[in-house]
Design a protein around this ligand. Structure first.
Ligand code: ACM
Length: 268
């Protein structure tokens, strides 16, 4: 048994209300005991941007922004790690990103690779490799929301040694949570989907979100799952050894029989 306790926060950010969103999300996080807490995509800003001016006003440089500062403070005080979505500003460019923050500060920033709908107007697609980070005894990878539709993302992280894939989300397709069970099964990894609830109604559009955040075990079984609407934090104990044992049977390994030379179409 190689125990690692994780949690998600499911909440309903208010567009543009960064301070209130940070306060509420961290208050929910404080209700759970866990080594790692995952918060939703674009947690501090809300989702439905309606102009480039709004993006420029609300996006943050992680070295100076309010989201990073709040997470650094919480992680240091609580001696644990956070992953949370935020709008990133970097040298005049904007990304839909997630940061991994620990007691010593920011560990990594992942920039969403696969942008959905109007996100393509506001953000650039990610320009950094999918990567795996040591968090205590665990190896953690990040994807963001619609990245779920591209199984390559989870596979790459699993091949790089991830035990756990954190998935900050603002999900709109009702089958995404189901697909994440499959991401867990096909890679034998734990997945944590931290989704948001509610409907955002703005000049940029009306978007209802699907809630049902979940922690899924390495066999694809949900260990914790929220309702569609609750604002709640939930936790589960992971046994990392299960994700690290890729032997499906005595003679069948999950990854060794792969035939990459027949997968070339995937990377054309
Ligand atoms: C999404 O990627 N937020 C649907």
């Amino acid at each position: 048994m190689n125990n690692f306790r994780v949690a998600f926060v499911q909440c309903k950010p208010t567009f543009g209300a960064t301070d209130a969103n940070l306060e509420k999300g961290l208050a929910l996080a404080a209700t759970v005991d866990a080594h790692l807490v995952v918060l939703p995509e674009l947690w501090s800003t809300g989702y439905v941007f309606s102009s480039h001016a709004e993006v420029a006003q609300l996006a943050e440089d992680p070295s100076t922004g309010a989201t990073a500062a709040a997470l650094r403070y919480a992680a240091k005080r609580e001696k644990r790690f956070y992953i949370a979505g935020f709008a990133e500003a970097s040298r005049g460019r904007y990304y839909n990103s997630a940061m991994l923050v620990g007691p010593k500060g920011i560990v990594s920033v992942y920039r969403k690779l696969h942008l959905f709908e109007r996100e393509q107007e506001w953000f650039r697609p990610g320009d950094r490799d999918l990567s795996v980070h040591k968090v205590g005894p665990a190896r953690i990878g990040m994807i963001i929301c619609y990245d779920w539709r591209f199984p390559e993302t989870a596979r790459v992280l699993a091949l790089k040694g991830a035990d756990v894939i954190a998935h900050p989300s603002n999900l709109v397709f009702a089958n995404a949570q189901q697909a994440m069970l499959t991401r867990s099964i096909e890679n034998r990894v734990y997945t944590i989907t931290a989704n948001r609830t509610g409907t955002e109604k703005r000049p940029g559009g009306t978007v209802p979100f699907t809630g049902r955040s979940q922690i899924v075990d390495a066999h694809g079984i949900p260990m914790a799952r929220a309702s569609k609407t609750a604002e709640i934090a939930m936790a589960a104990d992971l046994d990392l050894d299960i994700a690290r044992d890729k032997s499906l049977t005595k003679r069948t390994h999950l990854f060794r029989p792969r035939q990459p030379k027949f997968y070339r179409d995937l990377v054309r």
